[in-house]
Design a protein around this ligand. Structure first.
Ligand code: PEP
Ligand code: MG
Length: 925
């Protein structure tokens, strides 16, 4: 019982419930919930996360814990009618870790605690099965030795294999009681040698050591790294569940299984699962013997099967969601060992949410909470055809067709699904070949052991990237995701030999340079041959190529359509697109844009138009400069007219020229060589020489921090005025044609209000002039990007001159962190991610703590000056699910992102609006 003034450290299942995850961990909370629902859960109790925290802080069990465990154990013994490890009839228990979040690196389950030399015969007599008792004992020593005493698990496996070899046994089931008894002896010797201590024979010592090992696993290296990367606080601790053992290894009428209440892959209704007769614990998932399906269980044990189905219905109705469960049948009696809301694919998430609405189990707000923008993004990549997935499943069970059999591909390996999509191409092993072949029109897949910044050009050229080493934060994974390129990494079964330009897959399959392979960045599967790729049905729907109601109401597209419609109805944030051309604008509209939040004008200065920029730079008189600008004006006017027409009636934020001028001029080295060669030939070209001087003059060590943005507009007279005039004239033309243009003039890289004031005044003069010339009412809001820390810090002043702010979070991240946005992701971010400095690149997900504070400050100080200040964001973060949440919270009016990411932004804006935590982000379930 609890010691006075000390917290209660142990809860019987009857005392807990599913909402106590923080205290009892996910597993403990759900075991309690199932017990309370009257489901057949073996009795047990949970040691709280608080006890773990106290143990980790003090280095020993907190006062009171031992007494509470004594009392709960005594109650358990009383209920079961036998004592832990009682020689003639031992009570055995399992010890399982269970934190509030499931995470890698936590201690595995230990089963059969309480068994010893003294009680193994008692267990045999009670069960009437000697083999079972010795099998249970050898499993205990193996699990305990590995997870509690830290003995290498492989050493146990080796001894098990040699026992099977000695007997000529194919499976562990072929070992009899005396074989297992010998194995126990061998295991005990192994423990004594490797752990430097004997396997403990005292049942309570076994229990205490196992509990301690669970506590300590919280601070294991893998668990800590995972928490740092996922931003899970380090001080949560794990709970420990102690549960009376039930046995699936008591013969043919016993077994163990896992099941899902719906198909977690497709979301299809109906139960799915695997069952393994005469087995215990991890046997089902470890693949040591072939499992059978739940349908077969119906044949084997109809009454348990019916009861299981009944229980699954109860769980679904209760949790109002897909549940996954673990169960054991002991001599015809069904026991529930675990349940939780099950993980699912993106497709299943949407379909199940729609089904549950149809079943009246959840409302539409809840359906919206149950899907994520990341899942929607996954559904928008092309994928391999259904047939490929079938082949993969067949391949996984060892009877897949040969490449020549069913079409011309077959699965050969599986790695980590690092960046989604489906890519097919010829295997290449170095970047030069990748670039060369891609330039010749070949599709290539770059195959490396791992990538580094030197592979960048090859990665750009490739359709997809495959590596044999590294995880989700490896260089290959990070860079590929950044480029939106398909990537499978860490396919460790592949032996990549770049020197010989080939890799070897399991079974000795050799794949050489030029052989066609297919990589599935969504599943991690690698195929030899060309697997057929199908476009995304969800993109077809957004593009308007398929009707939203095609198929059953819970089919993927109708489910996405319903949830998107609800998100649109609920969201407060508006969505705009980053689009530069009429064509982009049209696509953006199809994808739900309510305007353009960023029209970058730099592409309008490239190609044929470079020559005008060169003239502008070279002009040494006002007339020369005016002539160059006059040449650009009509071209710009046409560009703007196109977009204003496509977005008629909707806001179009046009950003004045941002990049440094030298980006539009010839490369310094190329030009120097050209001039030097010409001089050597005595054919000096005066224009080239002047251009070279100008390029030298404009050369900057740090162009990103140099003459760009508003600085350019202030230093090159007439440049911004020309752009503003082109906008005003294009708008006047639209008005004449009966259109309703809503341009907004956006000034980039402002750091101080004075910069903006000059451009604003210039804009107002141009508007007045064009209005007078054309007779059309052309006056548009002038605002600024907030993309420098100084702009954010002086937002109150800047708002005096700005009618709107748009946060340029790309530059704001670059300048706040001091990270060069073009360099760091490919150079040292991998090291930063591996070290857990951040879990995701701040260029991908907004850094709330730093950059986010600047945004929040600018919002509040800007609005304090000008209450009707319009606020948006147009950096890449505008389409990132996590960041959209933040922009909702901080009170922006809209987010702007590339057209392809608009649906994700719409969905996340809707989710932010219905979030139970008031939009603070994170999983709301
Ligand atoms: C930004 O900096 O966030 C932005 C949108 O501008 P650009 O990416 O063009 O610098
Ligand atoms: Mg910028």
């Amino acid at each position: 019982m609890p010691v006075p003034n000390s917290p209660k450290y142990v809860y019987a299942f009857a005392e807990g419930n599913k909402d106590l995850k923080d205290l009892l961990g996910g597993k403990g909370a759900n075991l309690a919930e199932m017990s309370n629902l009257g489901l057949p859960v073996p009795p047990g109790f949970t040691i709280t996360t608080e006890a773990c925290r106290a143990y980790l802080a003090g280095g020993e069990e907190p006062t009171g814990l031992r007494g509470e465990v004594d009392a709960h154990l005594a109650a358990l013994e009383e209920r079961m009618g036998r004592r832990l490890g009682q020689p003639d009839d031992p009570l055995l228990v399992s010890v399982r870790s269970g934190a509030a979040f499931s995470m890698p690196g936590m201690m595995d389950t230990v089963l059969n605690i309480g068994l010893s030399d003294a009680s193994v015969d008692g267990l045999a007599a009670q069960a009437g099965d000697e083999r079972f008792a010795w099998d249970s004992y050898r499993r205990l020593i193996q699990m305990f030795g590995k997870t509690v005493l830290g003995v290498d698990g492989e050493l146990f496996e080796e001894r098990l294999e040699s026992a099977k070899d000695a007997k000529g046994a194919a499976s562990d089931l072929d070992l009899d009681a005396s074989d297992l008894r010998s194995l126990v002896t061998a295991y005990k010797e192994l423990v004594a040698k490797e752990a430097g201590q004997d396997f403990p024979q005292d049942p309570r010592t076994q229990l205490d050591l196992a509990v301690r090992a669970v506590f300590s696993s919280w601070n294991g290296e893998r668990a800590r790294l995972y928490r740092r990367q996922e931003r899970i606080p380090d001080d949560l601790g794990t709970a420990v569940n102690i549960v009376a053992m039930v046995f699936g290894n008591l013969g043919a009428d016993s077994g163990t299984g896992v099941a899902f209440t719906r198909d977690p892959a497709t979301g299809k209704q109906g139960v799915y699962g695997d069952y393994l007769a005469n087995a215990q614990g991890e046997d089902v998932v470890a693949g040591i013997r072939n499992t059978v399906s739940l349908a077969d269980l119906e044949r084997l044990d109809k009454s348990s099967y019916d009861q299981l189905l009944d229980i699954m219905r109860t769980l679904e109705d209760h949790y109002r969601d897909l549940c996954d469960i673990e169960f054991t049948i002991e001599r015809g009696t069904l026991w529930m060992l675990q349940t939780r809301v099950g993980k699912r694919t993106a497709e299943a998430a949407f379909r199940i949410a729609a089904q549950l609405v149809d079943q009246g189990l959840i409302d539409e707000d809840e359906a919206l909470r149950r899907v994520t923008g990341a899942q929607l993004a996954q559904l928008m990549f092309p994928r391999f055809a259904e047939r490929t997935e079938r082949t993969e499943r067949a391949g996984a069970s060892g009877d897949g067709p040969d490449a020549g059999d069913d079409g011309d591909f077959r699965p050969i390996a599986r790695g980590i699904a690092a960046s989604p999509g489906a890519a097919v191409g010829r295997a290449v092993f170095d970047q030069d070949t990748a670039v060369e072949w891609a330039n010749n029109g070949d599709r290539v897949i770059l195959v490396r052991r791992e990538t580094n910044p030197d592979d960048l050009a090859g990665m750009v050229a490739a359709e997809g990237i495959l590596t044999s080493r590294g995880g989700k934060t490896s260089h290959a994974a990070v860079v590929a995701r950044g480029m939106g390129k398909t990537c499978v990494c860490g396919a460790e079964s592949l032996d990549v030999d770049p020197g010989r330009r080939r890799f070897t897959a399991p079974g000795g399959i050799e794949v050489g340079e030029g052989d066609v392979i297919s990589v599935d960045g969504t599943s991690g599967c690698v195929y030899l041959g060309e697997a057929p790729v199908v476009p995304s049905a969800v993109v077809d729907y957004f593009e308007g190529r398929t009707a939203p109601t095609d198929g059953e109401s819970d089919a993927l597209v109708p489910a996405v359509h319903r949830i998107m419609a609800h998100a649109d109805a609920r969201r407060r944030l508006r969505v705009r697109a980053n689009a530069d051309t009429g064509e982009d604008a049209e696509r953006a509209l199809r994808f739900g844009a309510e305007g353009i939040g960023l029209l970058r004008t730099e592409h309008m200065f490239l190609g044929e138009r470079r020559k005008h920029v060169e003239r502008l730079v070279l002009a040494d008189t006002d007339d020369g400069r005016t002539a160059a600008l006059d040449a650009l004006l009509p071209l710009q006017r046409r560009d703007f007219a196109d977009v204003l027409a496509a977005m008629d009636g909707l806001p179009v934020t046009i950003r004045l020229l941002d990049p440094p001028l030298h980006e539009f001029l010839p490369d310094l080295t190329d030009l120097s060589v050209r001039v030097a060669l010409a001089e050597a030939r005595g054919e000096e070209d005066a224009d080239d020489r002047a251009l070279l001087d100008a390029v030298r003059r404009l050369h900057e060590q740090n162009p990103m921090l140099g003459l760009r943005g508003v600085r350019l507009g202030l230093v090159i007279p007439g440049l911004f005025a020309m752009q503003i005039r082109a906008i005003a004239e294009a708008a006047a033309e639209r008005v004449r044609e009966g259109g309703t243009p809503h341009a907004e003039i956006m000034v980039p890289l402002v750091g101080g209000v004075q910069e903006l004031e000059i451009i604003r005044d210039e804009a107002h003069s141009v508007f007045a002039a064009v209005a007078e010339e054309t007779g059309a009412e052309v006056s548009f809001p002038v605002g600024t990007m907030i993309e420098l820390p100084r702009a954010a810090l002086t937002a109150g002043q800047i708002a005096e001159a700005a009618e709107f702010f748009s946060f340029g979070t790309n530059d704001l991240t670059q300048t706040t962190w001091g990270f060069s946005r073009d360099d760091v992701e490919a150079s040292f971010f991998t090291a930063y991610l591996d070290a857990g400095i951040f879990g995701v690149s701040p260029f991908e997900t907004l850094d709330r703590d730093g950059v986010g504070r600047l945004v929040a400050l600018a919002v509040s100080e800007g609005r304090a000056t000008r209450p009707d200040l319009a606020l948006g964001v147009c950096g890449e973060h505008g389409g990132d699910p996590e960041s959209v949440r933040f922009f909702h919270d901080v009170g922006l009016d809209y987010v702007s992102c590339s057209p392809f990411r608009l649906p994700v932004a719409r969905l996340e804006a809707g989710r932010a609006a219905v979030a139970r935590d008031g939009g603070k982000g994170g999983d709301t379930r």
